[in-house]
Design a protein around this ligand. Structure first.
Ligand code: PMP
Length: 359
């Protein structure tokens, strides 16, 4: 096959094999796309909207009042995708084990609920890993909607910060075992492995789902960029070699995350004005400031020259009902800048808390 030419819509076989090894699924379940998994997620929902999925009774554009489950705090861009299609966003509380499954199982009784976002490993922003029990309950769900989409965004599947690779379940197999073979859509990319914006993204699902989607994708594109797929195959080689590269990334990122933890402990420890997590992987540290102080904290930071993800972004519609959650992404700044920024952040958070308390 000539990677430079059209054809092989579902991706280079070698790229499919690489992602199948990383995700722990079968090669024929993998579709390798362009440079962004978000685009694949958006597109699957867009296809459901314009054409319908394998088990849809009609295209979603012909249904009214559709809803989507959004575990929160969560990834703002996930929320925006479904918001842009007019879904009502239903907030599901997050716990350290994953989404509150009682809330999920109650919500999916409603046939208007068409899907749910998930970042099962090192969730964005809390860095939580879904427990085996939560994963088993998700795989065994019986949603009222026949075309419910369990969106499984495995963006941080091999993104450990300090340890060896932590294995994760093959959700496609688990769903199949539970009689839900066509419910799950898994996504991943090399955005945080090679290049953000110039990497390779993939999705994995049942072969029946893939055949259905391929027919629809084939209308919009003749093939994705297979030369980039080939570059990635040549560079990453296999899962083992990719994990070795992730260890090198961790050597750069791990110390930055440690600085964030140390500075938070030094600046805010024991004051009762904030809680935060200490993630073992992923890309974020999540701070819960005293209620009603997140926006003010970040406004003070902005005035001091520190730009962060806006407060509220981690909740549906960008509204954090408690105005408390703040997402810190320590990957970009240099270590010296990060130390300084974290000191300023802690001071701003304390100032916001003092103002709130009227002190
Ligand atoms: N999913 C999650 C959970 C993310 O945090 C991000 C990046 N911040 C993405 C997807 C985007 O991935 P991609 O570059 O493959 O679109």
């Amino acid at each position: 096959m000539d990677a430079r030419n059209y054809g092989q819509l579902s991706g280079l076989p070698a790229a499919k094999k690489l992602f199948a090894d990383i995700l722990g699924c079968r090669q024929e379940q993998v579709f390798v796309g362009g440079n962004a998994s978000l685009q694949l997620m958006y597109d699957c929902i867009a296809k459901a909207y314009t054409n319908g999925l394998l088990h849809s009774e009609r295209p979603w554009c012909q249904e009214q009042g559709l809803k989507w489950l959004c575990p929160a705090p969560g990834y703002d861009r996930h929320f925006k995708v479904v918001q842009s299609f007019g879904f009502e966003l239903v907030t599901i509380p997050m716990t350290p084990d994953g989404p509150d499954m009682d809330a999920v199982e109650a919500a999916i009784q409603d046939p208007k609920v068409k899907g749910m976002w998930n970042v099962p490993k090192y969730s964005n922003p809390q860095g939580y890993i879904y427990s085996d029990e939560v994963i088993a309950r998700l795989a065994a769900m019986k949603p009222a909607a026949p075309d419910f989409m369990l969106m499984w965004d495995n963006a941080y599947c091999i993104h450990e910060l300090y340890t060896d690779f932590v294995p994760f379940a093959d959700i496609i197999f688990l769903c199949e075992e539970a009689g839900n073979a066509d419910m799950v859509y898994e996504y991943a990319s090399t955005s945080k492995i090679t290049f953000a914006g110039a990497g390779v993204a993939c999705m994995a699902m049942s072969v029946a789902n893939l055949e259905h989607l391929e027919k629809l994708i084939g209308v919009q594109i003749i093939s994705f960029d297979k030369t980039n797929q080939q570059r990635h195959v040549l560079y990453l080689k296999d899962k083992e070699n990719t994990l070795a590269l992730m260890k090198k990334h961790a050597e750069i990122l791990g110390p930055k995350f440690r600085i964030v933890g140390e500075k938070l402990a030094q600046g805010l420890g024991g004051l009762g004005v904030a809680n935060w997590n200490d993630p073992a992987g992923g890309y974020f540290v999540c701070v819960d400031a005293m209620e009603g102080t997140a926006k003010r904290t970040l406004a003070l930071c902005a005035a001091a020259g520190i730009t962060m993800t806006p407060a509220g972004a981690t909740f549906p519609y960008g509204i954090d009902p408690k105005d408390s959650n703040i997402r810190i992404a320590p990957s970009m700044p240099l270590v010296a800048e990060l130390e300084q920024a974290m000191e300023v952040f802690c001071i701003c958070l304390k100032m916001a808390a003092l103002e709130k308390l009227g002190l």
